[in-house]
Ligand binder design. Structure first.
Ligand SMILES: Nc1ncnc2c1ncn2[C@@H]1O[C@H](COP(=O)(O)OP(=O)(O)OP(=O)(O)O)[C@@H](O)[C@H]1O
Ligand SMILES: [Mg+2]
Length: 372
């Protein structure tokens, strides 16, 4: 994680301090430090807000306001920079106050040496990084917790509505057969069956999505066979939409997974790719229409990626993609469960899935599974 080039913001109203600190940091041989100096409270706050820094050195006395006030303001605005407090005098109470306001460290200016300053900056940056990692893990745990309660809900829902749905479906199928001469009734029955299948699919997605933890049904799956099924379902759609499906597939790959859910993940990704190209075509009819499915072994894993030349995904949406019910599609077009379910499935086999995308250019989803 640690690099050796750091951009430091110094907020201090005394130019002599700036010169001293700049010279001290120039003496550090192991790393390069670039310093931006702000001499006022408002200038400092603006710089913190608008620019990227690795750490901030903050003077206790800042004209009419104190550095402590700025420190409190920075924390109110949830800035995550490590902030090191500088003061002219050694004062235990001030030290405690700074710590309680969220300062990473407290240094007395007259005692500054370059090793002390360098060490304080390095430790503060590492500490801020660790705190961010802990926050991320906490957010992930919270998400898992939500998924677990969703799982309970989904499984009781599946149980409660599964039986009546099955009955409605078989009756509708029966009525469809009986209505051989009545075209309108027959059509209505077909619609009922299709819609019931949609509900069943949704409930199954919720179950997959929420099952969390490790799957107990992992077997060795032949990717070629799964692909045969999935591509059999989609090849017609690719042809109809005039989209080229490139296959860069190393044959004979086997993974630790489950056949049905693995097919579902591939279907989700390929259908999303088709939709993304449809969207791009709405903007430019001559848009390049290509989806590449790549499968290759890497050491003891198999890497599968689906790349499209579609509309791409904004940075903001990339953060949301895997959340249940996140969709940009119109009502009735997408439930926003495809990727959330895929993530749940892949994770249950100990695999990982990631995305890289560029707006207007296209997207690649990649998942990694253990070789079977
Ligand atoms: N290949 C892609 N290119 C561009 N955007 C994508 C791509 N894949 C997913 N997305 C975006 O992510 C959102 C969520 O995808 P996800 O598959 O989870 O749900 P959905 O496709 O909207 O609905 P469904 O539940 O029917 O799959 C999509 O609505 C779309 O905005
Ligand atoms: Mg989808």
């Amino acid at each position: 994680m640690l690099k050796n080039e750091f951009h430091i913001l110094l907020i201090d109203d005394d130019e002599d301090d700036f010169v001293n600190i700049r010279d001290l940091l120039n003496d550090v041989k192991s790393s390069n430090y670039k310093i931006t100096w702000e001499s006022t409270y408002s200038g400092g706050l603006k710089a913190l807000q608008e620019k990227e820094f690795d750490a901030c050195l903050l003077d206790y006395k800042l004209g009419e306001k104190t550095g402590l006030k700025l420190l409190e303001e920075a924390h109110k605005r949830a800035f995550t920079y490590p902030i090191i407090f500088l003061t002219g005098l050694s004062d235990f109470e001030l030290d405690v106050q700074a710590m309680e306001s969220g300062a990473s460290d407290y240094l007395v200016k007259s005692q500054l040496t370059y090793p002390l300053l360098e060490r304080s900056i390095r430790y503060s940056i590492k500490l801020a990084y660790d705190v961010e990692e802990i926050k991320k893990t906490k957010a992930q745990l919270l998400q898992q917790d939500r998924l677990a309660s969703l799982g309970l809900l989904a499984s009781s829902l599946a149980h409660e509505i599964g039986t009546p749905l099955g009955i409605i479906r078989s009756r509708a199928e029966l009525a469809e057969k009986k209505a051989a001469d009545n075209e309108i009734l027959k059509k209505d029955m077909t619609i009922i069956v299709t819609q019931i299948d949609r509900i069943t699919k949704l409930v199954n997605s919720l179950l997959h999505l929420a099952r969390g933890g490790k799957s107990e049904h992992v077997t060795t799956v032949d990717l070629d066979l799964v692909l045969e099924d999935v591509l059999g379902l989609l090849e017609h759609e690719f042809g109809r939409k005039n989209i080229l499906l490139r296959k860069e597939i190393v044959p004979g790959c086997r993974v630790k997974a489950e056949t049905g859910p693995l097919g579902q993940v591939l279907l989700n990704l390929l259908i999303n790719a088709l939709h993304a190209i449809d969207e791009a075509r709405k903007i430019d009819v001559n848009h390049l229409n290509e989806v590449t499915l790549k499968i290759e072994p890497l050491e003891n894993q198999i890497q599968v990626s689906v790349t499209d030349t579609g509309i791409g995904i904004s940075e903001e949406n990339q953060q949301q993609l895997f959340k249940p019910f996140f969709t940009t599609k119109d009502i009735g077009q997408g439930t926003g469960l495809g990727l959330a379910t895929s993530l749940g499935i892949i994770n249950s086999w100990g695999g990982t899935i990631s995305v890289s995308s560029q707006l207007g250019k296209g997207t690649t989803f990649t998942f990694l599974l253990t070789q079977g």
